[in-house]
Design a protein around this ligand. Structure first.
Ligand code: RFL
Length: 388
């Protein structure tokens, strides 16, 4: 088995296969230090934690992760909080930075004898429609190489080679540009509130998400095409304070901004997620906007579904799970996409004051009011917000 990519998807899959005695290698184009320090997701759904627990992969997140169950909405109509552990299925998130989860998964995989080719960049997946696919590789020393296996798992993200190796016409691509751009920031500053903060403001959305007691992620909606370094730190903090209505609700803890990334909110799903012996997993299967923090959770879920199916096929000679893999994952992916799309509509209104912009902004306000006042709406929100 060849796995492309050592992100959450590739490493969960590698650990689960290795635990079942299936020989696998992970090819990762980056260096080990890079993947262990790449800060991205942080909110793990209860179902994700259960999968990791079931396979003995949750020790680190139980030791260092923080339970989290409250979000606060701030709008022109005031603020309100939802404690989603008391709503819907009564579940919580665990906040655990993705780079720590990746480090745990990698350490466990290597300690159990797993092989990871760091600096090995997959160039193409060939012969996927045969029972003997090949992965051509540029090895760490620059020389060309080749790996053969019974199956290949493309866990190499949105821009990886697995997607690009699919023959034209073999999959359907469904894409949506949500027309919203965020500047994602990581600040060396303690969280400013004990909740996820969603601020809707006439100048644009602002978000606050705890990562650790010393590091906080913030988002600022910005114009499409904004450069990450376009704004000074002072401007960023002033703008966050303004949109989060700090004058009314309390000051933000400021600190050095250590990471900036401009993210265009986009969705992109391929169907089916299998081409012969090649399976797509995680961001390679479907990109989801970060508005509802679903990407890493879907990656773990899909990897666990594929691992089970591969074990059935390779150990028990039962390929039913592999045949059902695509349809099964797509049903989770589309549920997550639907919720994520709803969140985008909840948090962003069009700019301008013409009749159409005004109509959509009034709809957005009404959506927030119904979330504030309707218990059934809150139960629905909680179930989808913390679930995958
Ligand atoms: P990854 O993590 O991108 O890993 C893919 C790996 O493949 C390697 N690679 C290759 N290796 C060999 N050969 C090639 N040709 C290769 N091409 C690529 C890459 O180096 C990399 O190591 O994909 P995976 O495993 O599918 O995991 C997906 C998640 O990383 C992603 O969905 C999340 O980070 C999304 N996301 C969030 N998800 C959540 O569930 N909760 C969150 O709170 C959350 N916050 C976020 C996020 C994503 C963000 N960005 C990057 C837009 C916050 C942000 C700012």
């Amino acid at each position: 088995m060849v796995i492309l990519g050592a992100g959450p998807a590739g490493l969960v899959l590698g650990n689960l296969l290795q635990d079942s005695g299936i020989d696998c290698v992970i090819l990762e184009r980056a260096e080990r230090a890079h993947i262990q320090t790449r800060a991205r997701a942080g909110f793990l759904a209860a179902g994700t934690v259960r999968i990791l627990e079931r396979h003995g992969l949750a020790e680190g997140l139980h030791r260092h992760g923080q339970a989290h169950s409250t979000c606060e909405f701030r709008t022109e109509d005031g603020r309100f909080r939802l404690d989603y552990s008391t709503l819907g299925r009564g579940e919580r998130h665990t906040v655990y930075p993705q780079q720590l989860l990746v480090t745990d998964l990698l350490t466990r995989f290597l300690a159990a004898g797993g092989r990871v080719g760091f600096g090995a960049e997959a160039v193409a997946v060939r012969d996927a429609d045969t029972g003997r696919p090949r992965v051509t590789v540029r090895e760490a020393d620059g020389r060309p190489g080749e790996w053969r296996a019974r199956y290949v798992a493309g866990c190499d993200g949105r821009h990886g080679v697995a997607r690009r190796s699919l023959p034209a016409g073999s999959v359907r691509r469904q894409h949506c540009d949500h027309g919203v751009t965020w500047l994602g920031l990581l600040a060396e500053a303690p969280p400013s509130l004990d909740a996820v903060g969603y601020a809707v403001h006439e100048r644009g959305f602002a978000g606050h998400m705890a990562r650790t007691s010393e590091v906080t992620r913030y988002y600022l909606q910005c114009e499409r095409g904004t450069r990450p370094d376009a704004w000074s730190e002072e401007w960023i903090w002033d703008e966050l304070a303004l949109r989060m209505r700090a004058a009314q609700y309390g000051p933000l803890h400021r600190g050095r901004v250590v990471q900036r990334a401009v993210v265009d909110l986009e969705s992109d799903v391929l169907e089916p997620l299998r081409h012969g012996s090649l399976f797509l997993v995680g961001d390679a299967a479907g990109l989801i906007s970060p508005s509802a923090a679903k990407g890493a959770n879907l990656a773990v879920l899909e990897a666990s579904i594929l691992a089970r199916a591969l074990v059935d096929a390779l150990v028990h000679d039962d390929s039913e799970g592999l045949d059902a893999y695509s349809a099964r994952c797509l049903s989770y992916i589309w549920r997550a996409q639907e919720f994520s799309h709803w969140m985008i509509g909840l948090l962003h209104g069009p700019s301008g004051s013409d009749g159409t912009a005004s109509f959509h902004n009034s709809l957005r306000r009404s959506r927030i009011t119904s979330l504030r006042t309707s218990r059934s709406r809150q139960d629905w929100f909680a179930e989808h917000y913390v679930g995958v």
